[in-house]
Ligand binder design. Structure first.
Ligand SMILES: Nc1ncnc2c1ncn2[C@@H]1O[C@H](COP(=O)(O)OP(=O)(O)OP(=O)(O)O)[C@@H](O)[C@H]1O
Ligand SMILES: [Mg+2]
Length: 228
């Protein structure tokens, strides 16, 4: 296989300073993920999984090292150049949903499409809602929805611009096992259908087993990838 990875990290280092203490959270982390893959990041709490995801997705910058997305080093991009990448190339799903509380379910899903000047935002958001079984819930506000329903809305929002990559940080972490399983199946269904690359942080060994590749973080370092 010689295809260039869609996500390629080289020698990432990240430290946080608290008072006068410096914590090295990531040390010389390198990885490659191919387009269309389902990859997972595993590791104990505090091992740096969310930090790594935020570096790979341009939400934060490394102290040193490079992150190439579709060949482009995003660590050098300005905030203005990162914004469209985050909106169009990436979709995000977080453990705590992160819906905008003052917008309805439908409006939350439409939001990234409107930023992208898509005139069919409402139509496409409605179709996605229907697809995840929430057709009647469009006008509802997030607080009127269950956790599993909020996460389905968040997935629709992540998908509406047909991103090349979905970053999911413990997307089932706040859900019971049944809704968690449903969310996982939904993400994998869309990943296959849209040929999206899915990079997921998970503590769930069964989910990790089903991935195309696994990355294990321990003490800020990455073990060699495990092919399933
Ligand atoms: N903004 C920050 N400032 C200082 N320290 C931070 C910051 N963000 C994270 N850390 C520290 O970096 C380390 C890694 O945090 P991170 O959130 O990446 O871990 P994680 O593997 O995602 O953990 P969890 O499984 O609990 O979500 C932790 O020790 C954390 O306390
Ligand atoms: Mg985390």
């Amino acid at each position: 296989m010689t295809t260039q990875p869609i996500i390629e990290a080289r020698q990432l280092n990240k430290t946080y300073s608290i008072d006068d203490r410096r914590i090295q959270v990531l040390q010389d982390v390198s990885l490659g993920i191919r387009a269309g893959e389902f990859a997972v990041i595993q590791g104990s709490s505090g091992s740096g999984k969310s930090t790594l995801l935020s570096l790979l997705s341009g939400l934060d910058r490394p102290d040193s090292g490079t992150v190439r997305i579709q060949g482009q080093d995003i660590t050098k991009l300005s905030e203005d150049d990162l914004a469209p990448l985050r909106n169009r190339t990436f979709g995000f799903v977080f453990q705590s949903f992160h819906l905008v509380p003052s917008l309805s379910a439908l409006e939350n899903i439409m939001f990234p499409a409107e930023l992208n000047h898509n005139p069919n935002a409402a139509d496409e958001a409605g179709k996605l809602l229907e697809r995840v079984g929430l057709a009647a819930r469009g006008p509802n506000m997030p607080h009127q929805l269950s956790g599993g329903e909020q996460q389905r809305v968040a997935i629709c929002r992540a998908l509406i611009n047909r991103p090349a990559i979905i970053f999911a940080d413990e997307p089932t972490g706040n859900l019971d096992s049944r809704s968690g399983q449903a969310i996982l199946e939904l993400l994998l269904e869309f990943q296959r259908e849209y040929h999206t690359t899915l990079l997921m942080v998970t503590h769930n060994p069964a989910i990790a087993q089903s991935a195309d590749s696994r990355f294990q973080l321990a003490d800020g370092r990455l073990a060699p990838p495990v092919a399933n």
